[in-house]
Design a protein around this ligand. Structure first.
Ligand code: OSB
Ligand code: MG
Length: 369
């Protein structure tokens, strides 16, 4: 009974195409995988912190340290593999949500495998497929962006998200809209603006964007509420939707009309489901954001997005959009309906391939009980 062993692996995997946001360009994925062993079963989780503290203050290296020094010993000392109990016991520990989430998710996978049901079923999900969408990074030229969008539309993606930043915004939206007048389109600023750009941001109302994601700082709710009052386009919070309390206050202030839920950013599935439930009570649509995860993190996203409040297209694309070969079997593919299937097997329902993991591993450590 209880957790017998935990393993942690740090990986680096090349992307098929670089990914650029308002804070920079990345050519490969840096992440951690967590494996929690109990009674012949293994639960898998992924830490989505990146190499550098740009999207968040966490990095792959800080997550490794926090897991090794704090979160893993916490589980091994408690003797309990219950995810809800881990959530309660670690509430007193400040920060490091991505590190924490990676371990909590491994416990969720393990819990579902012990009950021989899918994670979606354990969460109370009601979908067999989730709506896909694709996030297209900043390119070297507008022409390259248009070509890339066209490629994704041809593949069947039903919604396109483009990244914007000062200098790559109005003109880009104009070009994309005139070339593709009818597509579902949204823009993500990754916190690149301040209130000084209020008038530029308001002009985005011309482009029938499904939403404008996180224009201002991830520490802000107030300036977002000011912009939302002056803008027709719905604002969606990503970086600022840090916890159920931040989301509750965003709703009270009118800072947004949509919430992007990311398991890593909010610290795991307990917090993510609280946000989902609160938004449902307030009729606020949610969707699942992505951090260019491997198949392990993607599987966790798919199961979360099976919950009923996830009514908008998610940043959950096929494995081939990110990697030459994913870490899991079967890989995720786009259906002809523009969706991704929710795996039906126990837990995350996909099988991580140890040989592929070993091929990308930079370091690993085992923690016996
Ligand atoms: O803001 O949604 C974001 C990737 C890294 C960091 C932040 C973001 C993203 C994405 C990727 O947009 C979406 C995906 O995983 O497909
Ligand atoms: Mg975002």
């Amino acid at each position: 009974m209880g957790v017998e062993r935990i393993e942690m692996v740090q990986l680096e995997i090349p992307y098929v195409h670089f990914f650029e946001t308002s804070f920079g360009r990345e050519y490969s994925k840096s992440c951690l995988l967590l494996k929690v062993f109990s009674e012949g079963l293994c639960g898998y989780g992924e830490v989505v912190a990146e190499r550098s503290p740009l999207y968040s203050y966490e990095t792959t290296a800080t997550a490794w340290l926090m897991l090794k020094d704090v979160f893993i010993p916490e589980i091994l000392a408690s003797g309990s593999e219950e995810p809800a109990a881990f959530y309660e016991r670690t509430r007193r520990l400040k920060g490091h949500p991505m590190a924490r989430a990676g371990l909590e998710l491994a416990l969720w996978d393990l819990a579902a495998k012990k009950q021989e049901i899918s994670l979606a079923r354990l969460y109370g999900g009601d979908k067999q497929e989730v709506l896909s969408g694709v996030s297209v990074g900043i390119q070297d030229s507008p022409a390259q962006l248009l070509a890339r969008i066209e490629e994704f539309l041809d593949q069947g993606y039903p919604r396109i998200k483009i990244k914007i930043k000062p200098g790559w915004d109005l003109r880009i939206c104009e070009e994309v809209r005139s070339r593709f007048p009818d597509i579902l389109l949204q823009a993500d600023a990754n916190a690149a603006y301040t209130l000084d750009s209020l008038s530029v941001l308001k002009t985005l109302d011309r482009f029938q964007l499904q939403m404008l994601e996180q224009p201002f700082s991830g520490q802000d709710l107030w300036d977002h509420s000011r912009l939302q009052k002056e803008m027709q386009t719905p604002i969606c919070l990503d970086e600022s939707a840090r916890s159920v309390d931040w989301v509750r206050q965003a709703q009270l202030m009118g800072s947004c009309r949509i919430i992007n839920i990311k398991l890593g950013r909010v610290g795991g599935a307990v917090e993510a489901r609280k946000i989902h439930d609160l938004c449902r009570e307030h009729d606020m649509p949610v969707w699942c954001g992505g951090m260019l995860e491997t198949g392990v993190g993607r599987a966790h996203n798919v199961h979360l997005a099976s919950l009923p409040g996830f009514t908008l297209s998610n940043d959950i694309s096929a494995s081939s959009r990110y990697f030459a070969q994913d870490l899991v079997e079967p890989e995720f593919t786009l259906t002809e309906r523009g969706t991704i299937r929710v795996p039906a097997g126990p837990g995350i329902g996909v099988e991580p391939q140890e040989d592929r993991i070993a091929g990308f591993a930079l370091r690993r450590e085992a923690f016996p009980a």
